[in-house]
Design a protein around this ligand. Structure first.
Ligand code: IMP
Length: 185
């Protein structure tokens, strides 16, 4: 089984990534933190630079991922500032910002940056959906209690099996796993 390092301190992200990579016989080893994060509006740029810097330090194949929630009615906010917004205003604050807004479209985006001796590659994933009008506690983390994926009635927090299949992170990691498996053959 090939080993790959995932730089994150987020237990939920590790579990979600393990589910995907195990299917491809890739063994995930987590490594705390993704290093010093740069300030940028681009998830891809943040992930790419973190992965590049980490590879220079660790010198083992690794990946870093950066995600964000983009809400249409808020012109894409919180986007690349999703962690900051969650920390400061939480899901409750997001619902307050949206108020009675009827157009509640949103999307999660994820950028996975994989680095090895050949350089850095980016794999992306996105899932469309909408923001609920109340918080639904359940499984998952972050904004899962208020994000309803398109074609479904419940939030990710209340329908976790769906999240595992269609999330922004699953899509990006499937692409990474396929790339790594094809590379081996
Ligand atoms: P980061 O990728 O760890 O910087 O995540 C940015 C913010 O988005 C954090 O506050 C996360 O809690 C949130 N977030 C990232 N991915 C997800 C997800 O899959 N579901 C819900 N919230 C997420």
């Amino acid at each position: 089984m090939n080993e790959i390092l995932f730089l994150t301190s987020n237990k939920h992200k590790i579990t979600e990534a393990q589910t995907i990579l195990n299917k491809y016989n890739l063994k995930l080893v987590s490594f705390p933190g993704k290093g010093e994060e740069i300030q940028s509006d681009s998830l891809q740029e943040v992930a790419r630079i973190c992965a590049k810097r980490a590879y220079l330090r660790i010198k083992k194949p690794l990946f870093v991922e950066d995600s964000g929630l983009f809400i249409d009615a808020l012109n894409g906010f919180p986007g690349a500032y999703s962690a900051f917004a969650l920390d400061k205003i939480g899901c409750e604050g997001i619902l307050r910002l949206l108020g009675q807004e009827r157009l509640r479209g949103a999307r999660f985006e994820c950028a996975v940056a994989y680095a090895d001796k050949n350089g850095t590659r980016i794999f992306t994933g996105a899932v469309l959906g909408s923001i609920s009008t109340q918080i639904f506690e359940g499984e998952g983390f972050g904004y899962d209690p208020i994000f309803i994926p398109e074609g479904h009635k419940q939030t990710f927090s209340k329908n976790f099996e769906v999240k595992e299949k269609i999330s922004h992170r699953s899509i990006a990691l499937e692409k990474l796993a396929k790339f790594l498996t094809e590379k081996k053959e």
